[in-house]
Write a protein that binds this ligand. Structure first.
Ligand code: GTP
Ligand code: MG
Length: 201
């Protein structure tokens, strides 16, 4: 299928950006992965691209500290620093948060933001803040529930309902949720074809 073929070709690291002035030219379709620290953004990019250590992941919240651009053909995939608790000094965290918010609200070629939500925890107040920012900036977003391997079916259904309920209040939200596990590969083909579908729009 098309998503698999697209991602089978090589994805490469372009650059890490620490200020809006460092962004690469806005000359192609861009998608980004946002979410609380440790939700699994970097790991998901690795699962999507089939490259184990393309984006650096770790168990320490606050691992990704720059806006990392990856390129596959005519697409930029953007790994963002997390929001919420991070294992880093407050002043440093505040700097990333400002950058993150500027990026999310001011990138003309950003076609869709994938907002990752830990399927064990659901949507929290810090997520709501980002979703409201995306509404205000008219950036279409879609939620991806991560770490599906860590929950039981009953718990999963409860979380899906919680997330659906929370999204009802957001004008920029796509109603479809994608449940993924970077561990088992569940949901990865669906996310790949969602992404390749965006290239045709
Ligand atoms: P920051 O860069 O700190 O914001 O974190 P991040 O959102 O990029 O998370 P990262 O990808 O670094 O993953 C955090 C931890 O969660 C790592 O220990 C991953 O191995 C683990 N993890 C990520 N995805 C999954 C998953 O689907 N299942 C399981 N079981 N663990 C996962
Ligand atoms: Mg990361």
């Amino acid at each position: 299928e098309r998503g698999r073929k697209f991602f089978a070709a090589e994805t490469t690291f372009v650059k890490g950006v620490v200020a809006m002035s460092g962004l690469p030219p806005a000359d192609r379709v861009e998608i980004c992965f946002a979410g609380r620290s440790n939700v699994g953004k970097s790991t998901l990019i690795n699962a999507l691209t089939g490259r184990k250590a393309l984006a650096r992941a770790s168990n320490t919240p606050g691992r990704t500290q720059e806006i990392n651009f990856f390129q596959r053909d005519n697409l930029y995939l953007v790994d963002l620093p997390g929001y919420g608790f991070a294992n880093a000094p407050v002043a440093v965290v505040e700097k990333w948060q400002r950058l993150l918010k500027s990026y999310l609200s001011g990138r003309a070629t950003l076609r869709r933001a994938f907002v990752l939500i830990d399927s064990r925890h659901g949507i929290k107040a810090v997520d709501e803040e980002i979703l409201t920012l995306l509404d205000g900036a008219a950036v279409p977003f879609q939620c991806v529930l991560t770490k599906a391997d860590k929950i039981k079916a009953a718990e999963r259904d409860k979380m899906l309902a919680q997330v659906r309920g929370a999204l009802a209040g957001h004008v920029a939200a796509y109603p479809e949720l994608i449940l993924t596990s970077s561990e088992t590969g569940d949901g990865i083909p669906t996310l790949r074809s969602t992404i390749t579908g965006l290239l045709d729009q």
